[in-house]
Design a protein around this ligand. Structure first.
Ligand SMILES: [Zn+2]
Length: 194
């Protein structure tokens, strides 16, 4: 597994522990399943120390996944993370959830090549927006890909609630993506990462 983590020492988030690229990389390598995340899908994860505002967004983070073979993708998939504000109450939980969400996008890119999984996910998703989603408040667009990315993030960070409210989604993730691995809340809460 190759993953180039860049610039996390600059995050300096309020109340956070000191973060650096090596810590972040080791944490992610340990935490996540990498069989759908070949380097082509996700080669780099970069924190960019600039404010980037999105119109109409109430979130504190702007995060983007650029698939391979796009201009910003540099030939391999990459994730860029920006803050939208450096003031006020910063929620590390949102920062961490957004990183996981973007990794979910990269994972879906690999998974959707396997049509059996994709067909099953389309059934599981069912075309309905999430009811549990309090964090993607700026994102009113519901799609199979967005719902997958958010379900992936919640599986890792908030598995207890996901299981409680969307058992079918939880089971899909456990079986197909995480290959049986489940996460204890204390293992993945933002305060453990940052
Ligand atoms: Zn998304």
């Amino acid at each position: 597994m190759f993953l180039d983590i860049r610039n996390f020492a600059a995050t300096n988030l309020p109340q956070g522990r000191k973060m650096d690229d090596i810590y972040m990389r080791d944490y992610l390598v340990d935490l996540l399943p990498w069989h759908y995340l070949l380097r082509e899908r996700l080669g780099a994860l970069e924190y960019i120390d600039e404010l980037k505002f999105e119109e109409n967004s109430r979130k504190q983070i702007a995060a983007y996944y650029f698939p391979p073979n796009t201009q910003q993708g540099e030939g391999v998939g990459r994730i860029e993370i920006y803050l939208q504000t450096k003031k006020g109450n910063f929620f590390r939980r949102h920062f961490w959830l957004d990183i996981l969400h973007e990794i979910g996008h990269a994972t879906y890119g690999g998974l959707s090549h396997r049509s059996r999984f994709q067909r099953e996910w389309l059934t599981v998703w069912g075309g309905t927006p999430s009811v549990f989603d309090d964090l993607r408040i700026s994102n009113s667009i519901s799609s199979d890909e967005e719902e997958f990315a958010q379900t992936y993030a919640l599986y890792v960070q908030d598995g207890v609630n996901l299981k409680d409210q969307h058992l079918i989604r939880y089971s899909f993730m456990r079986k197909n993506v995480f290959i049986g691995r489940e996460y204890e809340p204390e293992e993945t809460s933002a305060s453990n990462v940052y």
